[in-house]
Design a protein around this ligand. Structure first.
Ligand SMILES: NC(=O)c1ccc[n+]([C@@H]2O[C@H](COP(=O)([O-])OP(=O)(O)OC[C@H]3O[C@@H](n4cnc5c(N)ncnc54)[C@H](O)[C@@H]3O)[C@@H](O)[C@H]2O)c1
Length: 256
């Protein structure tokens, strides 16, 4: 297996894409520290991994705070004695016109989506440097092309790409690779929350599907497999890059 003997920490691994990433990393042999701010969700992911014979532990903490981020990194090192892979996945949305967005709502989105990545990376790098580690940051296609109501989300996801490139340069001499994955439409509770903001969520879902040349939305495991590849030695020449996984959505300029 590609990640035998490696230790990974995945933020927001109690749900959706984070859970899919935790599954795929553990299937490649990694021990996984599951972080989430929601306790029950985190333990559900742990139960799933343990039931498949994987090694998994939990740290419930809010990675948007310095203490919460430090707790998650320290838990992985305490539990498994090392850290090889950090996946910064935890994220929030917010669908509101900019003029109606309260400054606290702006901070709430930026603190989780962008500052949390900085905080977890800050505490992780000294550990990752010991063994040629890997960081994978979960951005979004919204970093490049977005929709109305997503100013804070799009800004946070575009920020992740800049952060990824700059950190990749700083970390290359330490043997740490840093990359970003930009998912398109992935069927998770966060996506349902977005569709639920429409008058007719079922119709919104059907309309969105039309913009996916591949004919389906993505699954958390589609992203998990890409992250597992980037975390493995098969990707040893890849750093500072963005990988889009969106079923062709952003390749489509115009629907005939
Ligand atoms: N679903 C999509 O279509 C899609 C597309 C592009 C990018 N993304 C990104 O993928 C990531 C995961 O999204 P998802 O769709 O799986 O969402 P989700 O809501 O299903 O899962 C996100 C998880 O993060 C956790 N979380 C939120 N804030 C946290 C915090 N401060 N500390 C620790 N955990 C926290 C939540 O409790 C939740 O379990 C996010 O960064 C999101 O922006 C999702």
């Amino acid at each position: 297996m590609k990640l035998d003997g490696r230790v990974a920490m995945v933020t927001g691994a109690g749900s959706g894409i984070g859970r899919g990433i935790a599954e795929c990393l553990s299937e490649e042999g990694a021990a996984v520290l599951i972080n989430d701010v929601k306790q029950q969700a985190a333990y559900e992911t742990q139960g799933l991994l343990l039931s498949r014979g994987a090694s998994a532990a939990v740290m419930v903490s809010d990675i948007s705070t310095p203490a919460g981020a430090a707790k998650a990194i320290e838990a992985a090192v305490r539990e498994y004695g090392r850290l090889d892979i950090l996946v910064n996945n935890a994220g929030r949305q917010g669908n509101k016109p900019m003029v109606d967005l309260d400054p606290r709502e702006w901070d709430g989105i930026l603190d989780v989506n962008l500052k949390g990545i900085y905080l977890c990376s800050k505490w992780a790098v000294p550990h990752l440097a010991k063994g040629g580690g890997v960081i994978v940051n979960i951005s979004s296609v919204h970093a490049t092309a977005t929709i109305e109501g997503f100013t804070a989300y799009a800004a946070s996801k575009a920020g992740i790409l800049g952060f990824t490139r700059a950190l990749a340069l700083e970390c290359a001499p330490m043997g740490i690779r840093v990359n970003a994955v930009s998912p398109g439409t992935i069927d998770t509770p966060l996506l349902q929350e977005f569709f639920d903001s429409f008058e007719d969520p079922r119709q919104a879902r059907a309309e969105y599907l039309k913009f996916h040349p591949i004919g389906r939305f993505g699954t958390p495991r589609d992203i998990g497999k890409l992250v597992a590849f980037l975390a493995s030695d098969d990707a040893s020449f890849i750093t500072g890059s963005e990988f889009i996984s969106d079923g062709g959505m952003t390749a489509c300029l115009f629907k005939k």
